[in-house]
Write a protein that binds this ligand. Structure first.
Ligand SMILES: Nc1nc2c(ncn2[C@@H]2O[C@H](COP(=O)(O)OP(=O)(O)OP(=O)(O)O)[C@@H](O)[C@H]2O)c(=O)[nH]1
Ligand SMILES: [Mg+2]
Length: 255
């Protein structure tokens, strides 16, 4: 890292922590206070897809008590990709400086939030990375490791990404860079969106760094990923470099 970089974040910088949820009630109850502990000044947005377990209902009550907690409630499970787009649009419209995305299930421990934020002034995208020195994964079997390593290698080959952890969703973005991309044109509806974000931001010249995180297996609830999701993610990634329409740039006057 060049020595002249300023690693301090200004007190006036507005940070939005965004979390997409589907049936994460037990996790979210514990996660929100822990986020507050590590980044007391940040606002929090939950994008919930009418979780049958009442995740959205629980967060709704909190939004009535705390103006720094926000909820987008969507009708039915519409996928992690489109939920993330909804979070980006909220962050752009709300004029935040930095947007952090993390999973609800404690796989992205909030204790690493200060490390991401520390690099945010220096890079457009700070990736919480399992695959740089100091990074780790706890609790996965060999099949899951293989799936993740495979998709990352695949994304690096097809999309020319230089970063090592391209499939995780623990990241901090500079909102002014997110605002340059027309996310509504995104190809991926599901998990491939994580790679698509990096691909599009790289195309507009965004800068990247990775900080180590120790990823942990989800604390409560059930996994939503399966081989069908993985194969469909692979298909989307393979087609991205050949797309003809230019979804990368937000149309002028397009909000
Ligand atoms: N709003 C919304 N959130 C989703 C959807 N699918 C997954 N999520 C959330 O996205 C985050 C990542 O999903 P996970 O199911 O944890 O995916 P994963 O980490 O690859 O797999 P496991 O942790 O093993 O379940 C979690 O907070 C989920 O609740 C969806 O369709 N809509
Ligand atoms: Mg998870």
């Amino acid at each position: 890292m060049p020595a002249e970089l300023d690693t301090s974040i200004s007190k006036s910088d507005r940070i939005l922590v965004t979390i997409c949820t589907y049936n994460e009630r037990e996790n979210i109850e514990q996660l929100l206070p822990e986020i507050r502990r590590y980044v007391p000044l940040a606002e929090i947005l939950v994008v919930d897809d009418s979780s049958p377990d009442g995740t959205g209902d629980y967060v709704k009550v909190l939004t009535d008590q705390d103006s720094r907690i926000h909820l987008i409630s969507r009708e039915g499970k519409l996928g992690l990709g489109t939920a993330t787009v909804a979070a980006f649009e909220f962050g752009i419209a709300g004029g935040y400086d930095f947007l952090i995305n993390m999973d609800a299930d404690f796989s992205h421990p909030p204790r690493f939030l200060p490390d991401l934020i520390a690099q945010a002034p220096n890079y457009d995208v700070v990736i919480g990375s399992r695959y740089v020195p100091g990074g780790a994964i706890q609790g996965w079997g060999p099949k899951r490791h293989l799936m993740s390593r495979g998709i990352n290698l695949y994304a690096r080959l097809f999309l020319g990404l230089k970063t090592r952890d391209n499939s995780g969703s623990y990241r901090c973005y500079r909102v002014s860079q997110l605002a340059r991309v027309d996310w509504r044109q995104s190809r991926a509806r599901g998990y491939a969106f994580m790679e698509e974000i990096l691909f599009r931001l790289r195309r507009i010249g965004a800068t990247f760094t990775e900080v180590p995180i120790q990823f942990e297996e989800r604390r409560f609830g059930e996994t939503k990923i399966n081989w069908k999701e993985a194969v469909s993610a692979g298909w989307v990634i393979a087609r991205l470099p050949f797309e003809t329409s230019d979804a990368t740039h937000r149309p002028k006057g397009g909000g």
